[in-house]
Design a protein around this ligand. Structure first.
Ligand code: PPS
Ligand code: ADP
Length: 294
């Protein structure tokens, strides 16, 4: 992409130079300290990339980033993790001689998770599809885990209550981790409104392999798009607990890529910008070594 295209998007996009913390323990501690709750029901209205200076100290620990994930963070990269939670005991990790490295070498790429978060209507699914196509055109294998789609199957038992949303995100995080382990570039696109759960998904992956993309689109723009008529129904009180209307969205404080996708017109004017947005992510992957065998 040329510099002008970057600039056009950068009216609209910010790519952070990845996380400065190379040490997983440091990052874990940082996440523990930075997580806090934002109950602003207007959600994305003021959602700008705020960066480190706006982090608040809090003693709230990530719900999912428990002692288990802590020990995983310190030992996981070797792939030797033995996962034991409260319900499952006496299980032992079984290794296979065909490794993640073998798989990555086979398809000449590095498995990772692109996690796209944002309000309903912010363009998550559109970006996911455009990105997947762009990667496909470059001969790279990707797979989309879309929140809406997964709620037709794997997550069809879950509601939009906070606890179920958290479980939804946890499951998608685990599945995404498996795809990344398979060597695939996994594109997860779901609202995932809570920082703690997104942080927990990040903690499942080796350092750098979780790339969070924030669709920073104001609520009024999402609401004007309203392709499924859900905002209208939520405003009419026919849907309770709709994200951004009467349910919270916690914008990322610290993510790899921010995309300000503000246009409120139809696809004809957006198609080029979607491909520019996808190109921003592809460039990030390229520059960080995900499009070749590590
Ligand atoms: N109450 C409520 N709040 C938000 N969204 C709702 C709700 N009810 C249904 N929908 C539709 O479900 C899609 C979001 O599913 P997700 O799995 O991505 O949500 S979450 O991550 O568990 O919050 C979301 O899809 P997108 O518009 O693609 O984001 C909506 O179409
Ligand atoms: N950059 C854009 N400019 C204009 N409209 C867009 C843009 N990106 C997405 N849209 C439109 O916004 C609506 C919501 O997009 P979608 O990808 O379904 O969002 P989400 O998955 O976040 O709910 C769709 O009608 C889509 O065509």
């Amino acid at each position: 992409m040329d510099a002008a295209a970057v600039a056009r998007c950068v009216g609209s996009c910010y790519v952070s130079p990845a996380f400065g913390d190379s040490d997983p323990l440091r990052r874990f501690l940082r996440l523990s300290l930075s997580s806090s709750t934002n109950l602003d029901p207007t959600g994305g209205k003021n959602s700008k990339f705020r960066g480190k200076s706006h982090r608040r100290l809090s003693f709230v620990r990530p719900i999912m980033a428990t002692d288990e994930s802590f020990s995983k963070l310190t030992s996981d990269c070797a792939g030797e993790t033995q996962k034991i939670n409260g319900k499952q005991k006496n299980i032992v990790w079984h290794d296979c001689p065909v490794t993640k490295s073998d798989r990555q070498e086979l398809i000449n790429q590095k498995g990772c998770v692109i996690w796209i978060t944002g309000l309903s209507g912010s363009g998550k699914s559109s970006l996911a599809c455009t990105l997947s196509r762009a990667l496909h055109n470059r001969g790279k294998l990707s797979y989309i885990l879309d929140g809406d789609n997964l709620r037709h199957g794997l997550n069809s038992d879950l509601t939009f209550e906070a606890e179920d949303r958290a479980e939804n995100i946890r499951r998608v995080g685990e599945v995404a981790k498996l795809f990344a382990d398979a060597g695939v570039i996994c594109i997860a696109s779901l609202i995932s409104p809570y920082r703690r759960e997104r942080a927990a998904c990040r903690a499942l992956l080796p350092q750098g392999d979780f790339i969070e993309v924030f669709m920073d689109v104001p609520l009024h723009v999402c609401e004007a798009r309203d392709p499924k008529g859900l905002y209208k129904r939520a405003r009419a009180g026919k849907i309770k607990g709709f994200t951004g209307v009467d349910d919270p969205y916690e914008p990322p404080l610290d993510c790899e890529i921010v995309i300000q996708n503000n246009r409120d017109k139809g696809l004809s004017s957006s198609s080029s910008s979607l491909s520019e947005m996808a190109e921003i992510v592809v460039s990030y992957l390229d520059e960080n070594g995900y499009l070749k065998t590590p």
